[in-house]
Design a protein around this ligand. Structure first.
Ligand code: AHR
Length: 499
């Protein structure tokens, strides 16, 4: 019996809703078809945004959406995406399949999507191939409430009121697709570009995010922060990004299929996922040297499973299926983000629809919710809660000596009504786990739960959209301050505990 210790009286930090954020890029069928079909489409839509997808996304309470990229951000010129659609410039999407981008989804459409989702806006600016003026004018266009060339242009394009830009990324992956820069050079550019990301709305200042490292590139974090903090007058950044993908088998050339994999690959993939914890700790330790108060957020604005594309699909579109393996990857990562909420302030799964580890897949007018969507649906109860102290006893499991992992992961929070929310993953493919949860000095009134479980490669298809989904979890015994239950093999669980 594994013991899960919870102390509801010890609060460990605030869980920003943004830890369950999303990312949508002009890539493959994420924006076009996945989210935006245009007003004249036969697919039901509101102002061009497909209704089925928006409804499904609202259900998981999407807190924030990052756009327009990704690599696309550093070749996106925002003025091409405003004004009458028929006169918008067409461009080549050089990163993603070399297809024509007609710019029919631009700033106004993105803000409309955020409005419909009821989420915050995270806009990523162009440093790689853009100018300071272009970035500065974009911010003025979106947020200035007064008379100015850009505010007037926005009004002429039909939007009188400024929008709120909650988060602004100054470049993306500038160590790679965003310009192949060295950290010192990007650091200097960041200092310059961010100067002109003006806060026109003092009540809602823009949270500025610098491009941080790729995975374990600790040198990038060190050199960048050294550059940003050198003679800086005050803090130039609010957040530092981190990108880390779960590449099954750990080798880009041998990622393998999203659905056809064996047990060894299962454990290896989850071990690779667990590295997220180490990355947060080690990059966090470098951040601590400059920011011991943890005022600067770690923004994990790209994470998720990256497999081979589905057979027969455009390799540049990154379209992949999604199984219980993805649900476990999501559950493990979301628990890690919760547990590190003192430093991690936002995380954005890549990507929202039809690209990489999506929560939604579409095929024409059809739509399915993936196992990852269901995992997010279990975790949504943590949003805006306080993390409480918890720990769980685990066993090492796996099939190869160098690929052993702990069987269980968990996090616990308390909501505004005083209810506890427990999320737990069981990564074992063979063994259910008997768990005894012990709440320090706190008797339990009632518990209800929901579970997501299935075979390791179970997934939803357009013909069988409900193969994987959540069920009520009722086999729970309560006695005093103890709760006993059995977490099925290969599962993600949510328990709501009234105390
Ligand atoms: O999410 C796909 C791509 O992965 C993004 O465009 C880029 O930032 C990263 O390399």
């Amino acid at each position: 019996m594994a013991k899960l210790f919870v102390n509801p009286n010890v609060k460990k930090g605030h869980i920003n809703p943004e830890l369950q954020g999303h990312f949508s890029e002009h890539l493959g069928r994420c924006i076009y078809e996945g989210l935006f079909v245009g007003e004249n489409s036969d697919i039901p839509n509101v102002n061009g945004m497909r209704t089925d997808v928006v409804e499904a996304l609202k259900e998981i309470k999407v807190p924030v959406l990052r756009w327009p990229g990704g690599c696309f951000a550093d070749e996106y010129h925002w003025k091409d995406g405003i004004g009458p659609k028929e006169s918008r410039k067409k461009m080549i999407n050089t990163h993603w399949g070399g297809v024509v981008e007609d710019n029919s989804f631009g700033t106004h459409e993105f803000m409309e999507l955020c409005r419909q989702l009821g989420c915050k806006a995270y806009v990523n600016g162009n440093v790689g191939s853009g100018t300071v003026q272009e970035m500065s004018e974009w911010v003025e266009y979106m947020t200035f409430d007064g008379v100015s060339p850009m505010a007037d242009l926005r009004k002429a394009n039909g939007h009188e009121e400024p929008w709120t830009v909650n988060y602004f990324g100054v470049g993306n992956e500038n160590w790679g697709c965003g310009g192949n820069m060295r950290p010192q050079y990007y650091g200097d550019l960041y200092r310059r570009f961010q100067t002109y990301v003006r806060n026109y709305n003092h009540d809602k200042p823009i949270y500025k995010i610098a491009c941080g490292p790729n995975a374990d590139d600790y040198n990038w974090t060190s050199k960048l922060l050294e550059t940003l903090f050198d003679h800086s007058a005050g803090s130039l950044l609010n957040g530092l990004s981190l990108h880390y993908y779960t590449v099954p088998n750990g080798v880009w050339q041998e990622k393998g299929s999203a659905t056809e994999f064996d047990e060894k690959s299962w454990y290896k993939t989850l071990k690779i996922t667990l590295k997220m914890e180490e990355l947060i700790k080690r990059h966090g330790a470098i951040m601590d040297q400059y920011d011991p108060e943890k005022n600067i957020g770690m923004i994990i604005d790209e994470w998720g499973v990256w497999t081979d594309v589905e057979p027969g699909t455009n390799p540049g579109f990154l379209y992949q299926q999604n199984t219980m393996r993805d649900a476990l990857v999501a559950g493990i990562n979301l628990n890690i983000f919760n547990k590190n909420c003192d430093r991690v302030k936002m995380a954005n799964i890549a990507q929202m629809v039809n690209v990489l580890q999506s929560v939604i897949l579409t095929d024409g007018e059809k739509m399915v919710k993936t196992p990852t969507w269901h995992a997010f649906n279990l975790f949504k109860y943590h949003q805006d809660n306080e993390l409480v102290e918890s720990s769980i006893e685990t066993r090492q499991i796996g099939l190869e000596a160098d690929c052993m992992i702990p069987d269980l992961s968990e996090s616990v929070s308390v909501d505004k009504d005083g209810k506890l929310h427990v999320t737990l993953t069981n990564a074992s493919l063979t063994d259910a786990s008997d768990i005894e949860m012990i709440l320090a000095e706190t008797p339990v009134k009632s518990v209800k739960g929901s579970v997501l479980t299935g075979k390791m490669n179970a997934h939803n298809t357009f013909d069988a959209p409900d193969t994987v989904g959540c069920e009520a979890f009722e086999a729970i015994k309560t006695e005093g301050n103890k709760v006993k239950f059995t977490a099925p093999a290969c599962s993600v669980l949510h328990l709501e505990v009234e105390i």
